[in-house]
Design a protein around this ligand. Structure first.
Ligand SMILES: Cc1ncc(COP(=O)(O)O)c(C=O)c1O
Length: 370
């Protein structure tokens, strides 16, 4: 593709020395780079603890396990998301209860969540779609009144904030980040949980590493059925380099998004979702709404421009059907699945590249109307 949808912001020369240090040390896991990555991630988010994992999926699974959510429990889950958000609830033996999007936007509709609360509801797993923060004081107060644990799927939201609170830093709501290559910061694969709660962080660390606590003498004492969800030292090296440039990475993405927003605003049939005042968006993805989205994706591909859908309406995916949903049952989310279009947003994307994408979309839409 002449213009791919994303390119990671990490260069070999920036990490070569640290990669050599790791290899020369022979410490490939559980070493100083992981500790440093966790410390700097916690500082960047503004929390006491960051517990790195192998992905956002395992981060969310770890949180649900540490919170002892399981069979007999229901978890409210944003419907418009990547399937991992619902899958982790199923993998715990609990039931995901899917919640529609707000009208016209991508974030969770709290009124719809309210309608779906039952005596079995234990938690709300809320997604920050494309780095658009969905958490708010209102949401936390609503959840507290119903004694629900709030878990933030901040997979796409490193560097985003709302009401002056960074994603992943909302009180008593563990945040789950992804470092997949399509994210703002990437470690190849990777993730993390952020929390201010010392005890919860200790539980996460225990379960992340097989449930083994320091033993009475040598070896470990296995006190819980845990997992191996540990991030490696080489991954931590990649993450650290980008974390230290996070402000610049976000500013660059925001500048590209601003150019898109200004110029796409002139094309009537392209729907824009833009940040309300007081919000900072990381723009993990730049997503617009269009009719006949699939035809536009195909036409752009023919021009060498890679695009895709925004994300999925879980209720319309075959695997969630047996939970009692039919496509369209959650109409806002279904509409977003059908009409959302992710445009390329590359590190240091040139104005010419942005304008080429916009001109191509404009020409395709114009030709289809004619
Ligand atoms: C909202 C959301 N949650 C979770 C995930 C899963 O992240 P990971 O690939 O790190 O497990 C993704 C991945 O795209 C996502 O977009």
């Amino acid at each position: 593709m002449k213009i791919p949808i994303i390119r990671p912001s990490v260069r070999f020369d920036d990490v070569a020395a640290d990669i050599r240090t790791v290899l020369d040390s022979g410490i490939l896991t559980n070493g100083p780079f992981l500790a440093q990555f966790e410390a700097e991630l916690a500082a960047a988010v503004g929390v006491r603890h960051a517990v790195a994992t192998t992905s956002a999926t395992t981060a969310m699974h770890l949180v649900l396990a540490a919170a002892e959510i399981g069979p007999g429990d229901e978890v409210l889950v944003s419907d418009f998301t990547f399937p991992a958000t619902g899958n982790v609830v199923v993998e715990r033996g609990a039931v995901p209860v899917l919640v529609d999007c707000e009208p016209g936007g991508f974030r969770l509709d709290l009124d719809d969540a309210d309608r779906r609360v039952t005596a079995k509801t234990k938690a709300l797993l809320v997604v920050d779609p494309f780095g658009q923060p969905a958490m708010s004081t209102e949401l936390l107060e609503w959840a507290a009144a119903r004694r629900l644990l709030v878990i933030e799927d901040a997979a796409c939201a490193l560097g985003s904030s709302r009401e002056g609170v960074a994603c992943g830093a909302w009180p008593e709501a563990p945040g789950c980040f992804s470092f997949h290559p399509r994210k703002v910061v990437t470690t190849g694969e990777g993730g993390a949980v952020t929390t201010d709660d010392d005890e919860f962080a200790a539980r996460l660390r225990l379960l992340r590493s097989h449930g083994g606590a320091p033993g009475p003498a040598i070896g470990l004492s296995f006190v819980a059925h845990g997992f191996n969800y540990r991030m490696s030292e080489l991954q931590a090296v990649l993450g650290l380099d980008q974390l230290r440039r996070l402000d610049a990475i976000r500013a660059d993405r925001q500048a590209t998004a601003a150019r898109y927003e200004k110029r796409l605003g002139a094309i009537q049939s392209v729907g824009l979702v833009t940040p309300p005042a007081g919000e900072e968006w990381s723009y993990q993805s730049f997503v617009v709404l269009v009719d006949e989205r699939d035809d536009i994706v195909t036409a752009l591909r023919d021009l060498g421009i890679e695009t895709t859908l925004g994300t999925y309406a879980l209720h319309a995916q075959p695997v969630f059907g047996p939970l009692g949903y039919a496509p369209g049952d959650l109409p806002e989310s279904f509409d977003r699945q059908q009409r959302s279009l992710t445009l390329p947003l590359l590190p240091e994307m040139t104005s010419e590249q942005v304008d080429e994408v916009i001109a191509a979309i404009s020409a395709i839409i114009g030709a289809r109307r004619a």
